[in-house]
Design a protein around this ligand. Structure first.
Ligand code: ATP
Ligand code: MG
Length: 289
């Protein structure tokens, strides 16, 4: 249920800031994104502790360059989702600072920050009682786009995500898993954010649909040039999609490597991933041999 409440918090945050902005013309004048050349996202010595004191992230230093797909790879519980949620301020760091487009995220108006960040939530997080069209048009609606513009954008996104326009009136439970994943991606792109946070967006799919979605996502990215932080625990997906792979373990960044570097890395954890990945293929190749 957290995923719905996460989305609700994003949505309500958007609504509140828009109201504030409408009352404040100065705010409108400062809405233009800062287009400097530094990284799109920067973690400087970020830690995150649970209220119990348990450390979930320890001294994370990480830059995400504009237009790259940075993959967070790590086993369950290593802190990948926590890292994403710190970027759009669904969580606040216990120490250190995060910069988004060169500005301290903590000091930025939270809705203004989130306006530039699309979020594909782990396990999709579509509202079950909204149609596909309403799910996709959620953020544009909150942002006050006229109905015709939302409708046109929804149809454009359905096309982009490889979905039939007829699906617009369906509810999430009337879609296949792969179609739901596509709607999740379409919804995150709806307001054309520069940054996309994708939390295992193609998880729990059959390998052929997953392959298709990965291929389509790469070709979409060639056109859209978003800055993407992409979470997975699948090395195959990380190697295929990532411009760089940030390998995480127990709340720490263990290595930051290009796919080619990852494959020949002598870091013990990276090497263990490569071995596990390779031994699966080996075992399959030698069965019955
Ligand atoms: N609200 C919470 N209360 C208690 N523990 C939490 C909470 N949120 C996260 N954790 C703990 O923090 C750690 C990191 O969680 P996180 O969700 O970031 O992991 P993850 O890498 O995304 O895992 P997965 O691959 O399973 O999604 C885990 O040990 C998790 O149990
Ligand atoms: Mg997670």
């Amino acid at each position: 249920m957290t995923r719905y409440s996460d989305l609700k918090r994003v949505a309500l945050g958007h609504a509140r800031a828009i109201l504030r902005c409408r009352l404040n013309l100065v705010c409108l004048a400062t809405m233009e994104r800062d287009t400097q050349n530094g990284p799109a996202i920067e973690f400087r010595g970020v830690t995150y502790d649970l209220p119990s004191g348990q450390r979930v992230l320890a001294s994370l230093n990480l830059n995400v360059q504009r237009g790259e797909i940075l993959v967070l790879l790590g086993r369950s519980g290593s802190g990948k989702t926590t890292t994403l949620k710190l970027i759009n301020r669904l969580l606040s760091p216990s120490g250190g600072e995060i910069f988004v487009e060169g500005k301290a995220a903590g000091a930025e108006d939270v809705v203004r920050l989130r306006r530039g960040i699309g979020y594909v939530i782990q396990e999709i997080g579509l509202f079950p009682h909204y149609t596909v069209e309403r799910n996709i048009g959620l953020i544009p609606g909150i942002e006050g786009w006229p109905q015709e513009k939302i409708r046109a954008r929804t149809l454009e996104l359905l096309r982009m995500a490889g979905l039939d326009a007829q699906l617009a009136s369906r509810y999430p439970h009337q879609l296949s898993g792969g179609q739901r994943q596509r709607v999740g991606v379409a919804r995150a792109l709806a307001a054309d954010p520069q940054i996309l946070l994708m939390d295992e967006p193609f998880g729990a799919l059959d390998p052929l649909t997953r392959d298709e979605l990965q291929r389509e996502f790469l070709s979409l990215q060639l056109r859209l040039h978003k800055t993407v932080v992409f979470v997975t625990h699948d090395l195959n997906e990380a190697l295929r999609l990532g411009s760089r792979i940030a390998l995480m373990e127990a709340g720490k960044l263990v290595a930051l490597l290009s796919p080619a570097e990852f494959l020949r890395s002598d870091d013990p954890l990276a090497a263990a991933y490569v071995r596990a990945f390779g031994s699966g293929l080996d075992a399959a190749a030698h069965r019955g041999a």
